[in-house]
Design a protein around this ligand. Structure first.
Ligand SMILES: [Zn+2]
Length: 67
């Protein structure tokens, strides 16, 4: 598991989650995939899908391309 694939639990305090996600605490919200992780959900640089889900999708996409 790389740093980028780590899920930030919903129980993480917003300030701590923001530090891990590289955003402001007011931008923190649950991932739209309902994976149980937090993401930079709101604001101008919003990423509705959390880093862990995006990493998994990228890995799945790469696996499909290898066939
Ligand atoms: Zn997610």
């Amino acid at each position: 598991m790389t740093e980028a694939s780590k899920r930030v639990p919903l129980s993480t305090p917003a300030a701590s989650a923001a530090a891990q996600l590289g955003c402001y605490s007011k931008q923190v919200g649950p991932c739209v995939r309902a994976c149980g992780g937090l993401t930079a959900r709101y604001g101008t640089n919003a990423r509705p899908v959390c880093p862990a889900c995006r990493y998994e999708e990228a890995a799945a996409g790469a696996a499909q391309q290898r066939r």
